[in-house]
Ligand binder design. Sequence first.
Ligand code: ADP
Length: 488
Amino acid sequence: MTMTPQGLPVAAMLINGRLVPALSGETSISINPADGIPLAAIPYGDDRDAKLAVDAAAAAFPAWASLSAAVRAKYLHRVADILEHRRDEVALVVTNEEGKPLREAQGELQLSVDSLRWFAEEARRAYGSWIPDPVPGRRLLTQRMPVGVCGAIIPWNVPCAMIFRKAAPALAAGCTMVLKPAEATSLVALKVAELFVEAALPDGVINFVTGKASAIGNVLLTDPRVRKISFTGSTEVGRLLMRGAADQIKRTSMELGGNAPVILFEDCNLDAAMAAVAALKFLNAGQACIGANRIYVQSSIYDEVARRLTEHAGRMKVGYGAEPGVVMGPLVDMNAVEKVEELVANAIQKGAKLRVGGSRMQGEAYEKGSFYAPTVLTEVPQTARMHDEEIFGPVAALYRFETEDEVVELANNVPYGLSAYLFTENMDRAIRVAERLETGMVGINETRLGAAEAPFGGVKMSGIGREGGREGLEEYLETKLMAIRVRG
Ligand code: ADP
């Protein structure tokens, strides 16, 4: 790897099978949010680099699409083998660049490997069908075809697994891909790009372009050879991309923001519920689209829940994610810290009570990083901004409710619908409430939703389409009808 004059490693994009710098020669610097130390120089690509990547993906498509699914599966299993072999090394890059503790980064790596293996096999079962035909002398059949060249735009909060949640089904289905990682976590993506090189995929099947988001995004939207955009990120940018995709009627998959309600009924198993809610809330320092945004607690257990969560938050070891015992890392950057500060100040000003945290982490160890303390707010009013917006930080906001009907209405009263969680030992209530919640996913006494085998995604303004599961493959397949004349 080449170095800058300051001794910083220079990462490379992957275009047409080659590891390359940006045509402009420009770079940006990736930094560790735990201590502000530069990690690497990242190519700052623009529309010209993106165009070359689309050229490569378009040229690679016919040959890749015509391989058998079994042969494509072999390539993907090879990538999975390499990833498994180098999992510690990649997990450390995730921790260093994104901030999450190593254990969480390892979880991301596992989901990446699982996604590669699941989709490698699932694409071998992309069956067509013979359709009973009402017309004599004709046969109708369908065949599943790859969509074509796909553009993927990746968020920073799950910088490794998000690549594979999109690339694995796309490549398994016979599509080729151009990926644009988030600026904050480009080093993770370029590390992953090296693994694809090591696996010796045909040139151009997968390409990584880092740099100017709008310029690269614009090429993906306007180049007619790109037939689909798969995006994970904010609803705001998702809307922009859907508008752009409309001009050429491109297919889109959108995994957008959430505003998850967590409902604790008085008949829940409190010990189990508290452990699950605390883990969910502070996962990735609260920077998860399925994170606990609004915690609704039934009146009779409210004080006890507040007490236990406050105690938990006060005990958490916060720091650099590779340090032993650390359970929560920094936020991704100082902008994120400032946004959380604003939301907390607004909630307190509207009447919420601060139980613990409520500020940046104090002390020398935290000075150079973007740390915010685990925070619990109680009696948060509906009028607080954090009720309607994604907090995306380690702030537990507790709301009080009395009845089942009331809480279902409260939970549904936002324009988002990604995930929801409910805790009760009453099975009738669990099913009843789960069916009424307007979300793509519901956790019942459970907060872990993800698996390569399961469809992940939202309704309402949380998005369109699913990642993972059988549905995740569908996103990269078209159905072709063939009508065949049969004589005799
Ligand atoms: P967040 O607020 O979590 O950073 P964003 O939606 O801003 O989420 O970013 C998610 C991804 O979308 C990132 O890879 C980012 O670079 C990309 N992105 C942001 N703006 C654009 C744009 N105009 N065109 C294409 N991609 C964009």
